[in-house]
Design a protein around this ligand. Structure first.
Ligand SMILES: Nc1nc2c(ncn2[C@@H]2O[C@H](COP(=O)(O)OP(=O)(O)OP(=O)(O)O)[C@@H](O)[C@H]2O)c(=O)[nH]1
Length: 671
């Protein structure tokens, strides 16, 4: 089963995407909601006004009903009182106290039975003399203690009694009594008995209905219910003043209408009228549900009207808005065409001023954009031409350090184009010796934005190793960095020239060996090592014996050839770390760093042997040379190289003096 939350999310997402995404849908929904709100507001106002109007109308109507009922009861009481008075007169003129007289009188006035449930004649001393219909136990009853008898006896006026329970019938009754008077003297009374529960007097009142649930009730001013549609309440006390304050007021003589509650708690409109002649109160009640029935029916009707109107209106609204928005869609399509480049401007003719204004503004902006674009293209073309024609190699990097542009000069120089750098690493073509340093420096530049400047060896596409001078600077637009621009200069020639010059400064051009200057610099280094770390080094210095005859007999070139061969043999015989020099003329020197004296002596002997075996030939003559060598090593007292050189030189001189082709050890001798 699909999770309901997921379902709701899906629906709302679809709604947002599909429905709420277009102006048309939003307008349709917005207008419908607005329309609904308007209808609801109208209904609300109508309901409030209807409520007020219904209240006022019903109040007037209910008061009128109460008035009618009270008047009807007044008249009924009056009619009955009049009839009883006529009977009382007749009784007063007859010897009614004589046996059977009163009874006969009642029989003769049998028509009064239409008004009452029973008739009685009571003597001045409170004895029931006659009754009709005759009820066992009623005749002869003593009623002197009855409230109605005492009242009529004293007041001597017609009187409607408080409800009481009949002694003979054991039913709740009301007595309408009239005094029998003879020139003001009280002779007794005639009374019409009305049954509260099933007498016709109150039955009519109970049947009164106002609408389908409104009703009337009657109570005595003392607070006993005489008539009510609910029979069980008859002869019960009325509800308390706390829950029914308006009823309490009515019992005190107030007449009018007010909102209150019924016994079951429902709200109802109450109207009260007094029946003064009987000291009763008529109450008429109209439940609020009935009172508001027409208003609610109207409300329901209006709600349906609203819903139906919206449902009918929706397609019309949808269509109307679609037609209304057609120019907008036209504009949208035209703008899309301009964006695709298939149109240059929008051409919208519409009566909608605002939309026309949008189209005009768009065209004006598009014109400005075209101008700016063309200016930019011109500028770009100019810049491209400048970059293309620059003899210096130029490149541009993005902020990540990737090359995004190379000018033709740089492409020609390296033989690479941009694709090489896009696909591969910028450092792939660097000389391996440069790699680490250049990478570190470049990383530092990217992180700090500081300029990059470095000479480096680089492998061009044709396999040649170039010396390049690369300088890179960051380009900023105000505060934000945009990228990096770099220049590349080919310095291969100058580097080679410099290297040659450096080499020439320290080497003998004829033999390729170190010259005096180069040799002395290395000797300085070795002496410094000796002084600092005690690293021993040995120095051999020798002068060729009988070299001059080669020059003299074979020519200078032959002498040069001999010198070159000697240099070659020397280079072969020594270690790579040893330094061999031609000091000038036919004088040579060999520096043996980190070499003990013993090893030096062994090497010196090897050299002597090797040189003696070298020969050059000229015109069937073979020429040999030997050497007179002085050998020394650093000693404690050596402060400078001149001392060391002098010691070796002096030993070499002594070797020559001692007969040539030999080695003299200066240290051994001095030791
Ligand atoms: N071919 C050639 N000869 C040179 C060069 N420099 C010096 N010489 C010659 O080397 C010779 C050195 O002279 P000496 O050392 O007196 O000649 P030697 O015959 O070796 O004499 P001893 O040392 O006494 O045996 C001179 O004749 C110089 O002209 C050079 O670059 N090329």
């Amino acid at each position: 089963m699909i999770d309901s939350r997921l379902m709701i999310r899906l629906i709302s997402k679809t709604l947002r995407r599909r429905v709420l995404n277009s102006l048309h849908s939003r307008l349709v929904i917005g207008t419908s909601v607005g329309w609904l709100l308007l209808i609801m507001a109208i209904i609300l106002v109508a309901v409030r006004s209807g409520d007020q109007l219904a209240g006022q109308t019903n109040r007037a109507h209910l008061e009128y009903e109460a008035e009618l009922i009270a008047r009807h009861i007044e008249e009924a009481v009056e009619v009955r009182t009049d009839a009883l008075q006529r009977l009382a007169e007749r009784v007063s003129q007859a010897p009614y106290q004589a046996p059977g007289v009163a009874e006969t009188l009642l029989q003769e006035n049998d028509g009064l039975m239409a008004f009452f449930d029973a008739l009685v004649v009571i003597s001045a001393d409170g004895e029931v003399l006659a009754d009709r219909p005759a009820l066992p136990g009623r005749r002869g009853l003593d009623v002197t203690e009855r409230e109605y008898f005492r009242h009529i006896q004293h007041v001597r006026r017609p009187y409607v009694s408080e409800p009481f329970t009949g002694a003979a019938s054991d039913l709740p009754l009301v007595m309408i009594g009239v005094p029998i008077l003879d020139e003001g003297r009280f002779l007794g009374m005639v009374g019409g008995v009305v049954s509260v529960e099933d007498g016709s007097f109150f039955a009519g009142l109970r049947r009164i209905r106002i609408g389908h649930s409104g009703f009337a009730a009657l109570a005595t001013a003392s607070g006993l219910v005489l008539s009510h549609p609910n029979q069980e309440l008859i002869m019960q006390p009325v509800p308390s003043a706390a829950t029914h304050p308006e009823l309490d007021l009515a019992l005190s003589g107030w007449q009018g209408a007010a909102e209150g509650r019924l016994l079951d708690g429902t709200r109802a409109l109450h109207a009260y009228r007094q029946v003064w002649s009987a000291n009763w109160v008529v109450g008429v009640y109209l439940p609020r549900t009935q009172m508001m029935g027409p208003v609610e029916a109207f409300l329901r009707q209006q709600q349906w009207v609203g819903v139906i109107t919206v449902l009918l209106m929706l397609p019309l609204l949808w269509l109307g808005l679609k037609l209304l928005l057609r120019p907008l869609h036209r504009l949208e399509r035209q703008i899309a065409r301009v964006a695709q480049g298939t149109a240059r401007r929008v051409d919208l003719r519409t009566g909608m001023r605002e939309l026309q204004q949008v189209a005009d503004t768009f065209n004006s902006l598009e014109r400005q954009r075209e101008q700016a674009k063309s200016m930019l293209q011109d500028r770009q073309a100019f810049l491209d031409a400048v970059l293309d024609s620059s003899p210096t190699g130029l490149f541009i990097c993005n902020l990540g350090g990737q090359i995004v542009y190379m000018n033709p000069a740089l492409k020609a120089l390296t033989g690479h184009d941009l694709t090489v750098y896009r696909d591969g690493d910028i450092f792939d073509y660097l000389h391996v010796d440069e790699l680490n340093d250049v990478q570190d420096l470049w990383r530092h530049t990217l992180e700090s934005g500081r300029p990059f400047s470095r000479q480096m060896r680089y492998h061009a596409a044709n396999g040649q190793t170039l010396w390049l001078e690369v300088k890179v600077s960051r380009v900023d637009d105000g505060e934000a960095p945009l990228g990096y621009v770099g220049t590349v200069k080919d310095i291969t020639d100058s580097r080679q020239r410099e290297a040659l010059q450096r080499w020439e400064a320290e080497h003998d051009p004829l033999t390729g060996l170190l010259n005096r200057r180069g040799f002395e610099r290395r000797l300085e280094d070795a002496l410094a090592d000796w002084k600092k770390a005690g690293t021993p080094s040995a120095l051999l210095m020798f002068d060729l014996d009988h070299f001059k005859p080669i020059n003299d007999q074979g020519g200078h070139a032959l002498g040069d050839e001999m010198l070159r061969r000697i240099a070659q043999v020397l280079a072969w015989e020594v270690r790579n770390s040893d330094h061999v020099a031609r000091q000038g003329g036919d004088e040579f020197a060999v520096l043996l760093p980190s070499c003990s004296l013993k090893q030096a002596q062994r090497l010196a002997e090897q050299l002597r042997q090797a040189i003696s075996e070298i020969y050059v030939e000229h015109e069937d003559s073979t020429y040999h040379v030997t050497m007179s060598m002085g050998l020394t090593a650093f000693i404690e007292s050596d402060e400078d190289i001149e001392t060391v050189l002098a010691r070796a030189d002096e030993a070499s001189y002594r070797a020559k003096a001692a007969g040539r082709n030999r080695i003299v050890d200066a240290v051994e001798r001095s030791g």
